[in-house]
Every structure is written in C-alpha cells, then in structure tokens.
Write a protein that binds this ligand. Structure first.
Ligand code: HEM
Length: 351
C-alpha cells in the first residue's frame, strides 16, 4: 500500500485518515490541510458555524479525527502513517467509542478551545487575584503600622494627661494645703448659679492687652500690666482678683481681690474689694447688658494708709465688640476732684 506523504497525516496530535461515503481513496494532501485548518482549535472560543462545517463536509461524510501520540511526529520513524478507516482509527484509541463525525470533531475542538479559554481566564484571574491579595496584604500591613503609631501617640497623650492631672493636684494642694482633701473629687467645673448669669460675660482670665494706662493730675502717666481673674464656685456671686505688675521689671504693683454680688431678680450689683494699699471698699451699681457701672458706697482704710486718701471711686466694666473686657477707674482724693486714674483693656486668655 502506498504511504500517504501528506502533512495532514503526519500532524502531531491529529490524524485525518478516513473516508466513508465520500470519494474513495485516501484524503489528498490539500484537502487534508483544509480539514486540518477547520478542526484546529482557535483560542477565540468561537466555533465554526454549521454552514461552514457543512460546506467543508457534507453531513453524510464521516471524516474522523483521532489523537496521535506526539512521538509520531515527522521526526519519528513512520511506522504506519496509512490512513485508517474511521471506525478502526477511533476504536483503536477509544475502544468503547463510536467513530466521530466532522461535526463532533468541530464540537469537540470548540469545546477544547473553550476549555483552553477558560483555563487562560482562570490563570489570568488567579494571577490577578494573587496580585490583589498581595496589594491588600500591603495595605493591611500599612494600616496596621498606622494603627500602631496612633496607639503610641494615644498612650503618650494619656501619660501627658496623667502628668498634668498630677500637677493640678499638686497645685490644688499648694493652694489649699489643708482643705484639698476636703474638696469634692469631681474635676467637673461647678455649675454656674443662675443668679450671676447676667455677669457671666465677665468670667475668665484676662490679660491687659495693650498695657493699662495710669493717669492722675498729681502723677506722671504710667503703664502697667494686669491679670484679671474672674470666676465662680457655684455660689450666687463672682470671685475676682486683679493683680498688676510693672511693665518692665514685672514687679508686683497694685493688687485687689473680692466678690461681685447681684441682688437676686434685679440688675443691682455690689462690688466688694480689699486692696493691698490698705483700702477696703464697697461699690454698688447696675449691670445692663454687657456693661457694669458702679460707684463707691463706702471706703475704709488702715490707720496708717498713705496720703492723699481716696474719697470716691467709680468704675465701668464692659465687654467690647471685639470680645475684650475693658475697665476704667476714676477717683476723687482729698486733693483732687473725680478724675480718671486707670484705663485698661483685657484680652481673654481662658475659655
Ligand atoms: C481702685 C483702685 C485704685 C485706687 C483707689 C488707687 C488710688 C490711688 C491714690 C489715692 C493714689 C495717690 C494719688 C496722689 O498721690 O495724688 C494712687 C497713686 C498711684 N497709683 Fe493707684 N489706685 C488704684 C489702682 C491702681 C492700679 C491698678 C495701679 C496700677 C499699677 C495704680 C498705680 C498707682 C501709681 C503708680 C500711683 C503713684 C505712685 C503711688 O502713689 O504709689 N493704682 N493711687
């Protein structure tokens, strides 16, 4: 029997021998090539349409394809490359299978193609998933690092708060060495008594800004720094302390402290002050909005107070449009009529 030299019969993996109901004799080299093209798997996953398949091979034909071992390639010695009848060819490889038609071959090829496609997409998505997992892992590690540094910062802040509380306790003990143990443990500020609400705009710690200005007919004009601290402890009154300092030397100068009371359900105000100059005085007046005007009601002094003595005092406090507290003080002495002695604007330094 003459050997078929066509490349189709030598194709590794696929053999296209056989004719049944077709033209007699072996498949020619050219037609085998055409068939090979038609059954070769395509990675697009698209299968041949029925018309194309039927054009190449009428339904009656029963061309078959059988897998061939790779060793049977052109380089291997051609043991038997003779086209075999379909039944024989298929049955030799698949003893329990019937011969495959060209349609089955096409279907099988397109199935293989789909399988390859899905394997490709699986590999690709697996690779993609792998890189996504890597990316996520990196992000998680980064976030963990951030969390760690935040935890460290929180713990540092906690220890700072602890230290500040300790300092505050020390200060409290220094201010009230004997009473500190009797103070309520609560660190919450006391609730303001509603009676003093009309004066609440005065509350806070204030610093002269700019420095206060001192004048009087008998004096050279001067400047001073002053801290005004106005607070409450929940009682129906405000506590105040005004402490002044020399602007250059920072030496303490005039100091006074006392209470500001409101007659309940009125705008009547009493201002009670003790001064380091040996004066104790009471001023009374009215609060209207964010302005308090008071005038001396009674003035007492130590027996050895310096002269000239002050005989009358008037004051005005107001919160200006910039949120700053202003105070003006005028006085009359044994030698001078009522004249302005002080004018100062304070900037709030606490909430
Ligand atoms: C309501 C509060 C104050 C009263 C009643 C008052 C009263 C007086 C009086 C009676 C004099 C003597 C005036 C004279 O010699 O003719 C005086 C002087 C003076 N005051 Fe005041 N004063 C008060 C607040 C202040 C403040 C807050 C300062 C700020 C530092 C201050 C600084 C001075 C200075 C520097 C003199 C001149 C030197 C002296 O006599 O010590 N005063 N004051």
């Amino acid at each position: 029997m003459p050997q078929d030299p066509s490349p189709a019969s030598l194709l590794p993996g696929w053999a296209l021998p056989v004719v049944r109901g077709g033209p007699a004799g072996p498949v020619t080299g050219r037609s085998a090539q055409r068939l090979k093209r038609d059954v070769e798997p395509r990675c697009s996953g698209s299968s041949l349409g029925p018309d194309k398949g039927s054009a190449q091979s009428p339904p009656s034909s029963s061309l078959t394809a059988t897998p061939q071992k790779p060793s049977q390639g052109p380089s291997a010695p051609p043991t038997d490359v003779t086209p075999k009848p379909a039944a024989e060819a298929v049955q030799s490889e698949h003893s329990d299978a019937s011969p495959m038609s060209i349609n089955e071959v096409i279907l099988s090829a397109s199935g293989a193609c789909k399988l390859i496609d899905s394997l490709h997409s699986y590999c690709f998505s697996a690779r993609q998933n792998k890189s996504q997992v890597c990316c996520l892992r990196e992000q998680v590690e980064k976030k963990n690092g951030e969390l760690k540094s935040l935890r460290q910062r929180v713990s540092r802040s906690d220890s700072q708060v602890r230290k500040l509380r300790e300092k505050l306790d020390q200060l409290r003990k220094a201010s009230f060495p004997y009473l500190s143990s009797l103070l309520p443990p609560s660190r919450e500020p006391p609730k303001m008594n509603p009676v003093v609400e009309p004066l609440s705009w005065m509350l806070g710690t204030w610093l002269s800004d700019p420095p206060g200005a001192g004048t009087f007919p008998t004096l050279q004009p001067f400047q001073y720094l002053e801290e005004a601290h106005i607070s409450h402890v929940g009682q129906p009154m405000l506590n105040f302390s005004f402490n002044s300092f020399h602007p250059d030397t920072r030496k303490p100068m005039h100091r006074e402290c006392g209470f500001i009371r409101l007659k309940p359900d009125t705008n009547k105000v009493a201002f009670i002050s003790a001064q380091n100059t040996g004066i104790v005085e009471v001023e009374e007046g009215e609060v209207n909005g964010q302005e308090l005007c008071i005038a001396s009601h009674s003035i007492a002094r130590i027996s050895f107070a310096k002269e000239p003595h002050v005989e009358q005092i008037t004051r005005k406090f107001r919160l200006n449009s910039e949120g700053k507290l202003e105070q003006t003080v005028s006085m009359a002495t044994t030698t001078q009529p009522m004249t302005q002695h002080l004018r100062v604007t304070y900037k709030k330094v606490t909430p």
